[in-house]
Design a protein around this ligand. Structure first.
Ligand code: GDP
Ligand code: FE
Ligand code: FE
Length: 196
């Protein structure tokens, strides 16, 4: 894909190389799968394929940074200090978006927010944020019970795909006795729960 210069001064190849340097081969392959899926969803649902490509390529940019580095940035850059009670699973999106902005000089708010929300979702999500959230879950390299169903739903209704994924993730976390980040619960209440 040819980039417009509106969101990054890099071309796609250079951005890919910068991302690749930050992670294992396996994770980079996942990132390319998310990109392919996000571009397809963007075309289907009327989002910018270029923004989908950039957000997908960078969504896990910070995932292999050390806990020490995340903790330093959370304290230094004025993040909510409650984040210190969480770990890489929550940090790599919310705080990871900050690494993308500083190190890759990507400033588009919709792209940065899509990166920030890709793990937990949110009550309010842009079309791009929904696309990245869902593409991360259903990319071709994913293999878990329910992924086929998630892919089918994503072809029909993006909001229902958000709901399906949220319920699946929450069910898994509860099954494993993992702590639920409050934003994950907000996502559940907005996209899954039936309100009276
Ligand atoms: P990945 O980075 O491509 O592996 O995928 P994600 O960014 O979507 O998820 C990273 C990890 O965060 C997964 O293991 C999720 O199960 C986990 N996760 C998602 N929501 C929560 C939450 O609310 N609490 C906790 N503890 N983990 C979560
Ligand atoms: Fe992630
Ligand atoms: Fe991912």
């Amino acid at each position: 894909m040819k980039y417009s210069d509106n969101y990054t001064a890099m071309d796609r190849k250079l951005l890919m190389q910068k991302v690749q340097m930050q992670m294992s081969e396996k994770r980079f392959k996942h990132v390319l799968g998310v990109e392919e899926t996000a571009i397809a969803l963007a075309s289907k649902y009327g989002a910018s394929p270029e923004k989908a490509s950039i957000a997908a390529l960078t969504h896990d940019y910070a995932k292999e940074r050390s806990d020490d580095e995340f903790q330093l940035v959370i304290r230094r850059d004025g993040f909510d200090l409650d984040l210190l009670n969480w770990g890489n699973a929550i940090w790599h999106g919310i705080v990871g978006a900050d690494f993308v902005q500083r190190e890759l000089e990507i400033d588009d708010e919709e792209i940065l927010t899509a990166i920030a929300l890709h793990t937990t979702g949110a009550a309010e999500m842009s079309l791009l944020a929904k696309i990245i959230y869902v593409a991360d879950f259903i990319e071709p390299g994913r293999d878990f019970p329910g992924v086929k169903k998630a892919r089918e739903i994503a072809l029909i209704n993006l909001d229902e795909a958000v709901a399906y994924e949220t319920k699946h993730t929450l069910t898994y976390l509860i099954e494993q006795n993992k702590p639920i980040y409050p934003k994950t619960i907000e996502t559940y209440n907005k996209w899954v729960a039936n309100h009276a």
